[in-house]
Design a protein around this ligand. Structure first.
Ligand SMILES: [Zn+2]
Length: 368
């Protein structure tokens, strides 16, 4: 009799456990990591630059672009450029990198170009051997592949980027998680009208001279995949801000940044309106490097151009306090983000390379 009672109790306990684990299949937190390439902290915090927006060398129509993005107040100006960030994100999250109020975010690598910047962001390690934006398979382990190798996140990791070199930076040859970069078409297990339209459009707008996809197509490709498959770890990498800056088109640079703000807004809305993501998803937004700080050097970024190491960072989610714009923080580095991403996903990132520690609690403002 005693044995029978124990048996019943154990089977009850077992079914209760099974019930709770199956009732909460998505208990592990989700994350969206979003970047826009080579975008300066100056515009994030001050909006359009007064010298650049008035220079016909950099702007097609100075009067028209000023109607879109100019105001004498820099608080209004930055809100014209990034309405979602300053009206909504700032209320729910934390924004670092305004050097005018002693908040510093920097890249650790000495070279200050994209491959090196994205490598340190995802691998937690500023690799001195990465000296060029070349088609070289990255040998460092990145935090996306690390997460994809855990039980919680297996086959639930997806990356969508405008720049084709991410196939190499995130090492598509070695890794099995979903990587859609440059002009890769969206291939999933079921077809839809949207997917057909996105792939078809992409086919017709491919510029054979630049292997970088239009940001809007990157966004639509990602959105289609996210709504259909609900990945738990998503990376969205946009590229137009850097492209326009290199071509000296300040109007295009501002307009791409403004479009970037609208993509973040749509991601935030998608998270809030989908029970799969709501209340259990973090957002990290940053860039891979800064650019020259002068009105003559803003077009470029490299180890000899002052300002190229300056970055910025936006965080939002259940573990981040909503402190808005942060002032007076100790300097933070892009190389600390890989371990921070793992931390937000309740795990510890380990890899053969040496990984920089998490952003300290005092900076990330963990909710008690
Ligand atoms: Zn660049």
């Amino acid at each position: 009799m005693k044995h029978l009672v124990m048996k019943i109790l154990f089977s009850l306990l077992f079914s209760l456990l099974t019930f709770f684990t199956s009732a909460q299949p998505n208990a592990a937190p989700n994350i969206f990591i979003i970047t826009t390439d080579g975008f300066r902290w100056q515009e994030v915090f001050n909006g359009a630059d007064s010298i650049l927006i008035n220079n016909p060398k950099y702007v097609g129509d100075t009067a028209a672009i000023k109607q879109l993005f100019w105001d004498d107040s820099k608080e209004v100006r930055r809100t014209l450029l990034f309405p979602f960030v300053w009206k909504t994100f700032a209320k729910h999250g934390a924004i670092y990198g305004n050097r005018q109020i002693a908040s510093k975010v920097s890249v650790s690598n000495p070279y200050k170009f994209s491959y090196a910047g994205y490598n340190e962001l995802f691998t937690g390690f500023a690799d001195p051997s990465i000296i060029a934006n070349k088609k070289r398979w990255n040998t460092n382990t990145n935090v996306l592949e690390f997460l994809n190798n855990t039980n919680e996140y297996k086959n639930k990791v997806a990356a969508f980027t405008s720049w084709h070199l991410f196939n190499y930076i995130l090492n598509k040859k070695k890794n099995t998680f979903h990587i859609n970069s440059g002009n890769n078409t969206l291939v999933t297990d079921s077809s839809s009208a949207n997917q057909f339209l996105i792939n078809g459009t992409q086919q017709y707008v491919v510029d054979t001279l630049t292997p970088t996809r239009n940001d809007m197509l990157t966004f639509l490709t990602a959105k289609e995949y996210v709504q259909k498959h609900h990945p738990k770890v998503v990376y969205l990498g946009f590229g137009e801000t850097d492209d326009y800056a290199h071509s000296g088109k300040y109007d295009g640079y501002l307009q791409s940044a403004n479009a970037f703000d609208s993509y973040i807004a749509q991601v935030w809305y998608l998270i809030n309106s989908d029970p799969f993501y709501k209340n259990n998803t973090h957002i990290i937004i940053t860039t891979d490097h800064g650019r020259g700080k002068k009105s003559t050097t803003w077009v470029r970024h490299d180890m000899f151009t002052a300002g190229s190491e300056n970055s910025w960072l936006m965080l939002l989610g259940p573990k981040v306090a909503n402190k808005g714009e942060i002032s007076n923080n100790d300097e933070m580095y892009t190389s600390q983000l890989a371990q921070t991403i793992a931390y937000l996903m309740n795990t510890n990132f380990t890899a053969p390379q040496s990984i920089e520690p998490i952003l300290h609690n005092a900076f990330i403002e963990i909710k008690k």
